[in-house]
Structures are given as structure tokens and as C-alpha cells.
Design a protein around this ligand. Sequence first.
Ligand code: ADP
Ligand code: MG
Length: 258
Amino acid sequence: MSDMAARLRDVTREYVLKGETVRALRGITLDIPTGDYVAIMGASGSGKSTMLNLLGCLDRPSAGLIHLGSDNVSELDDDSLSEIRATRIGFVFQAYNLIPQLTVLENIEVPLFYQKNLKSNVRKRCVELANLVGLGDRLKHRPTQLSGGQQQRVAIARSLVNDPYFILADEPTGNLDSITTEEILNLFDNLNGEGRTIILVTHEDEVGSRAKRIIRLRDGEVEQDWRKEAGAAFSHQRPDEVVHWDTEQPEGMDEISN
Ligand code: ADP
Ligand code: MG
């Protein structure tokens, strides 16, 4: 496995809208090592979704280089991009995006349909993933028979089935109450503790503060890139104790200079 999950060099993305050019990303350069846990934050319009689309191979940059692991994905054609998307990226969405007709186990298996060589131990691996997210006793349930938090657990298990470069999570707790949010964030902590790379987009400070690193975008540029010091006790802050990143650098976060 490459020691770098993602590398971005001078990445720009411009949209042309009614003859006007919108510069959604204006030259992003950063490295996301394997095993990192990154929260991408920033105001509405700062470029978060654009960045997520690029990392998720849903889109190509206007200029610049993007490597995921050892793959240069900046200039791939649509078919190659969709293959990487299907086989090397673990998506987790705010709305879970499960298939209602399928059971828990079948939903976890869905990304494997894109694999050319299905291995015989696939079913066993999916059961293990269901166990990993605490749903080993719900394998035959359908999404409508599960709570929101349980549905998101299925989505997280599904995201891991292909051994992805990273889990790419778009507001993963946006539909969940605070207790369930805590459960999902604990699950991310555990997965990251096992070495999984997590990149999530959130506008909630309580969620962002659980990551190891916060990248804050502003007008398409990296405004802040903070990493938690080893052992910093951020992870157990209650929401009312969370520092608001806008105003000051939170204790335990070091600015990263590129
Ligand atoms: P965020 O997710 O942080 O709200 P976006 O990445 O969605 O930000 O948008 C960044 C900028 O790019 C905004 O100014 C937005 O209006 C613009 N933008 C995003 N997508 C498009 C598009 N498809 N066409 C034109 N402009 C876009
Ligand atoms: Mg957005």
C-alpha cells in the first residue's frame, strides 16, 4: 500500500457559468498520508463539494495533479475514473444511499459487483464487516427495518468492502441525532485506529474536532491546515467546550506548513 492516500499539487477547478468563470478551487496543494483522519471544513461556497468530487473521482481538475495511492487520476478518461470510484473509494453519504430491496448483507456486497475477479471468501468478508460495525445480528434486515444510525453503519461497512484508499464521507452525521452521531464518530475513531484513512466533509465543529486534522477552505484555497498533537484530548470534548476554529487556533492543533 502506498504511504500516501492522496496527493494534490496546484489543483484548480473552474466552472464556466453563463460566460463567467467561477474559480471553485484556486491551487490546492496538500498530502493526505495513509492512516490520516481529515475533516474538510469551510463556509458554504468555499469549495468543499468540489474538493470532495475530485477526491472521489467524480470530476477532474481544470489543472494540477491528483494522485490517489500510486494512481494519477488527474487525466483519466470517464471509464477509468468510474472504475477507480467503484473499486478504490469508499463513499459514505449523509442520506446513507442503501438499496431498500436488499438486505444488510446484500447492501454491503453491492460494490463487489464492480470487481472483475470475485473472490470466493467474499461472503465471509461481508459478514465480518457487518460484525465490525455492530450489525452481525441484523444481516437479513432491510434498510427500512433499521434506525438511521444502523443504516449509516451499513453504509460504512459497504464503503470498506473494496479495501479503499480512503473513506470519503460527505456530512455523514448530518441526518443523525447527537447520540447516534457520537456512535458513528466512535466507529470512525475505531476504524482510523485500525489504520483506515478517513476524509470527511462537515460544517459541524463537533464533528470536525474529532478528526486528527482539520483543513479549512476559504474561497477555494486552504485557509488553515491543523493537526492534533499526539495525545491531545480533543476527542472527548463536549460540544459546549468545542473551540470555534474561526476565531482562534484550538489548543493541541499545530499549523501545518507545506
Ligand atoms: P461548498 O461545498 O463549500 O459549499 P462548492 O464546492 O459547492 O462549495 O462551490 C464552490 C464554488 O463553486 C461556489 O462559488 C459555487 O457556486 C461554485 N460552483 C460549484 N459547482 C458549480 C457548477 N457546477 N457550476 C458553476 N459553479 C459552481
Ligand atoms: Mg457543498
